[in-house]
Design a protein around this ligand. Structure first.
Ligand code: FES
Ligand code: FES
Length: 168
């Protein structure tokens, strides 16, 4: 039976009337036209469908609408702000960290979540956290460079914001 599900989507209030057992991936792609979230395996193994829920990277092919009721969902479409790519997105562009690009939205959101939890990761920590996001094109070395570089940029942004606050 359909229900009204309210949640936050990319910083705005969202409401859908649907069966709460439907998967978030398909509601995003088919009901809300947010096709940046990709379908890969559908069984939680590849990471192509990764979104953030309350700032944690989760697999939208495994989440139902009931799971995200009242929560904050961020998809790849919600990362850029004011026409500016997010530092993780910019780093992927700068380091050419994609080939076909199919895995890229999930990679970027998983990397963003990793850097929120651990702003200064070692290469080993990045490898271990990104291990479950598959890339069939073999862009992994460039993805690694992009994430290490985004970590530096994000740290700089946070430090700048902190010193502006102190100065202001
Ligand atoms: S489509 Fe969700 S993990 Fe593969
Ligand atoms: S760039 Fe093609 S799957 Fe990763």
């Amino acid at each position: 039976m359909n229900q009204t599900i309210d949640f936050q989507l990319n910083g705005k209030a969202a409401r859908v009337e649907t069966d709460p057992s439907r998967r978030l991936l398909w509601v995003l792609r088919t009901d809300l036209a947010l096709t940046g979230t990709k379908f890969g395996c559908g069984i939680g193994l590849c990471g192509a469908c990764t979104v953030l829920v309350d700032k944690k990277a989760l697999r939208s092919c495994r989440l139902t609408l009931a799971d995200i009721k009242g929560k904050e969902v961020t998809t790849i479409e919600g990362l850029a702000q004011g026409g500016q790519l997010h530092p993780v997105q910019q780093a992927f562009v700068d380091h050419d960290a994609m080939q076909c690009g199919f895995c890229t939205p999930g990679m970027i959101l998983n990397a963003f979540s990793l850097l929120l939890a651990n702003p200064n990761p070692s290469e080993g920590e990045v490898i271990s956290e990104m291990d479950g996001n598959f890339c069939r094109c073999g862009a992994h070395p460039r993805i690694m460079k992009a994430i290490m570089s985004a970590a530096q940029t994000m740290k700089g942004t946070v430090e700048q914001a902190g010193s502006a606050k102190r100065d202001g």
